[in-house]
Design a protein around this ligand. Structure first.
Ligand SMILES: Cc1cc2nc3c(=O)[nH]c(=O)nc-3n(C[C@H](O)[C@H](O)[C@H](O)COP(=O)(O)OP(=O)(O)OC[C@H]3O[C@@H](n4cnc5c(N)ncnc54)[C@H](O)[C@@H]3O)c2cc1C
Length: 241
């Protein structure tokens, strides 16, 4: 395992936690600083593969790395903010709980496809606590004239934290896990109010991503390029990329 840690340290970038804050009962903010952040060619929607197993002892291979979206970036000061939900209670959650100001963090950048796209006129953003930071980043980077609707849910509404600037631009709902039926009822109310070319972002629970992707394609007949989904976690798997 020490060999793996040495190899991972070589591939992942080394950074320092500048500050840590509890956002709600189930989420932490970590502000990470490094010179390299100043020169990253950043696109909103990028995420990090964080080597949680490098600093936490006793983790198996599959628990070595977890993905976290960039919630905010300040390239003048060389900082990024992550918002980490702890509901999974796994290695990622424990890593976030235990981190302190001054600790070293190892990560590598990932681009993916769950990125900002300004080609539509109206947007619907749907997700749970794990996807909230990512969807805040997307919303802040949509041009001002866009219509933005939202369905952000959690089992306890007070777990859903405000955006980095203290604003609360999303509609928050208290819903059970995997609430596809409830979300579809809301979609039926919202979609008729959306104007021009429409686009939906769906992030978080993989079951919700799959069910809603089917709903938009098969029931609402949206084109594939109007639907952006990214499963962040799956009840039968650990640490999705
Ligand atoms: C592209 C991408 C970006 C991501 N960005 C973020 C982010 O910005 N913030 C963030 O908090 N997470 C994010 N995630 C999810 C994150 O990578 C971890 O999967 C999550 O933190 C759980 O890790 P864990 O080690 O605590 O639990 P794991 O060991 O992965 O899982 C333990 C158990 O908990 C369940 N579980 C995991 N997450 C949840 C949950 N949210 N609610 C209920 N049960 C859960 C799992 O199904 C599993 O049964 C992202 C994932 C991807 C793929």
């Amino acid at each position: 395992m020490e060999i793996l840690k040495t190899i991972l340290k070589r591939f992942l970038k080394e950074n320092v936690i500048e500050s840590k804050q509890k956002l709600s009962d189930s989420a932490y903010r970590l502000c990470i600083k490094s010179e390299a952040i100043k020169s990253v060619d950043f696109v909103p929607g990028y995420f990090l593969r964080v080597g949680v197993g490098i600093t936490d002892e006793g983790l198996s291979m599959k628990d070595f790395v977890r993905s976290y979206s960039v919630w905010n970036i300040d390239q003048t000061n060389g900082t990024i903010d992550l918002a980490i939900a702890t509901q999974g209670n796994g290695p990622g959650a424990n890593w976030a709980k235990q981190r302190k100001t001054g600790d070293t963090v190892y990560f590598r950048w990932k681009k993916g496809k769950f990125l900002i796209e300004n080609s539509a006129d109206s947007y619907l953003l749907i997700g749970d606590l794990s996807a909230l930071a990512h969807l805040y980043m997307i919303r802040r980077n949509l041009t001002k004239e866009k219509q933005v609707e939202s369905i952000l849910y959690s089992q306890h509404k007070n777990e859903l934290y405000a955006d980095i600037d203290g604003s609360r631009p999303f509609d928050f709902y208290e819903m059970p896990q995997n609430p596809t039926g409830e979300i579809i009822s809301k979609i039926k109310e919202i979609v008729p109010t959306m104007t021009g070319r429409k686009m939906v972002y769906i992030g978080g629970d993989s079951r919700v991503c799959v069910a809603l992707n089917n709903y938009f394609r098969k029931e609402l007949h949206w084109e594939a390029n109007q639907i952006k989904t990214k499963p962040f976690w799956n009840p039968d798997k650990k640490g999705l990329e």
